[in-house]
Every structure is written in C-alpha cells, then in structure tokens.
Design a protein around this ligand. Structure first.
Ligand SMILES: Nc1ncnc2c1ncn2[C@@H]1O[C@H](COP(=O)(O)OP(=O)(O)OP(=O)(O)O)[C@@H](O)[C@H]1O
Ligand SMILES: [Mg+2]
Length: 235
C-alpha cells in the first residue's frame, strides 16, 4: 500500500512554477531516493509534500487526503520533515533540541523516546548537555534525525542529509537511516545529490529535472544506468 502518494503535484513560488505534474509514491516501509541537479526542484517537492508551500494536485498519506492540510496537521498524522540545513537550534543543548522534537510527549513517554534514540545514537547521549551548534556536521545531522523521530513519525522526508559530510560519515548516517527503517518500519523519502550511497540503501529512486520526473525505477537498476552513472556517480 502507498504510504505517501502525490498525483499531478504542481507547485512554485508566486508566479514561478517549479514542479509540473509530479507523480511520486512511497510504499509502506520503503526507502525512496529523489535525485537531481541543483535547482531541479527536490527541496520544493519536499516542501509541497509537507505543506510548507501551497500546491495543486493531490497528496495522500496513510490513506487520507492531505492535499489541503496545514503542515502541523500533516506532522500530527506522522509525516516528519528534516529540512535542508537540518533546522536544529544551535544554542540549545542536544537534550533540549530533542525535547522540542518531542513536544507532544510527556513524562514516561518522553523518557522512553529519549532512551530509544540515545541507544541508537550513543554519541548524542554522550553530548546531551552540549550545545547543538558545537557538534560536528555528522553529529548535527544525527541530532536532526533523532529530533524528527521523537514523535515516532510513520514517514520521514529528508532533504540532503549528506550535505557537507565526509563520505565515511555519510555512510554511517545512511546505515542508521537503514536501521531505523528496518527496526521501526519508518518509510523514508530522501532527497540526495550523492546518488551512490543513498541508492545502496534505497528500494527505488526518481530523477528530477526542471521539476519533472524524467526517470524512475528500482534503486539497483538506477545504479546500473549509464546516464545516472555519468550525471550523479561520476563514472
Ligand atoms: N523561496 C523561493 N522563492 C523563489 N524561488 C525559489 C525559492 N526556493 C527555490 N526557488 C527556485 O525553485 C527552483 C527549484 O529549487 P529547489 O530548492 O527546489 O531545488 P533543489 O533541487 O532542492 O536544488 P539544490 O540541490 O540546490 O538544493 C530553483 O529554480 C529555485 O531558484
Ligand atoms: Mg534543495
């Protein structure tokens, strides 16, 4: 069953149209990657899906029509969004960032969420009192992921989680993302320019060009595709 399904999705900024009739879906428990060059409309796609910008067309999530729902209503239904640039609060501690992510939780449920994500991200437990801004880039991205997970979303939208990270750090981040997907069944839609590592953990992928899907298929087939290799894998 489709967890998230966008049909005829069009969106832009004022008079500027960016997305044109996008058809994208993510099945329950799937990891799906959206590839595309700078300006292809990847971030705009995630914003339209989480309701941060208006759009035309239809978006269904967990069987419900959320096309006209506000971002907080979509979040409450279990659609989490980790924006480009992570969106954590640099002057607040790791713990307080997580607390804000889990603002719907109280008492025992909040403590339980802390335990769950500190177990998965031991480095965050070690640095729980440290300001988020003093963490390394990789640790900050882990914090952004853990924060989005505090409310146990059914699905996460991730905007270029590997941005600015060294390849080894990216690999370990993607391992965590895969582990979360396996352990909790969280569906993932990941926007990436770095195709190689993301396609390796993904079920399927889409390629965007100028706000349109120009190619989609199984991740393994995209990794083998000559055009994709030249454009996104540098070989
Ligand atoms: N707030 C905005 N106002 C006007 N135009 C915007 C705005 N944000 C993005 N755009 C335009 O929309 C188009 C798509 O941008 P978008 O950020 O979705 O691309 P992207 O694929 O995420 O690129 P990148 O890989 O650089 O993050 C670009 O032409 C961009 O200039
Ligand atoms: Mg972007």
């Amino acid at each position: 069953m489709a967890m998230l399904e966008a049909t005829g999705l069009s969106a832009g900024y004022g008079p500027i149209s960016v997305l044109e009739n996008l058809e994208i879906h993510v099945d329950e428990g799937e990891i799906v990657v959206v590839l595309g060059a700078n300006g292809a409309g990847k971030t705009t796609t995630l914003r339209a899906l989480s309701g941060l910008i208006g759009s035309k067309g239809r978006v269904r999530f967990g069987g419900a029509d959320i096309s006209r729902s506000k971002p907080d209503a979509r979040a409450k239904l279990g659609l989490g969004h980790i924006p480009e640039g992570r969106g954590t609060f640099p002057f607040l501690s790791v713990e307080d960032n997580l607390r804000i992510g889990g603002h719907l939780l109280k008492g025992r449920r909040e403590r339980h969420a802390f335990e769950t994500w500190f177990e998965l991200f031991p480095i965050l437990a070690e640095r729980r009192k440290q300001a988020a801004g003093s963490l390394s880039g990789g640790e900050q991205q882990m914090l952004a992921v853990a924060r989005a997970l505090m409310n146990r979303p059914r699905m996460l939208l991730l905007d270029e989680p590997s941005m600015g990270l060294a390849p080894m750090v990216t690999a370990s981040l993607f391992q965590k993302i895969e582990a979360i997907n396996k352990q909790f069944g969280t569906s993932m839609l990941i926007v990436e320019q770095n195709a190689n590592l993301s396609l390796k953990i993904a079920n399927r992928g889409y390629v965007l060009e100028s706000g349109r899907v120009v190619l989609h298929g199984k991740a393994a087939d995209l990794l083998d595709d000559d055009g994709i290799r030249r454009a996104y894998l540098g070989s």
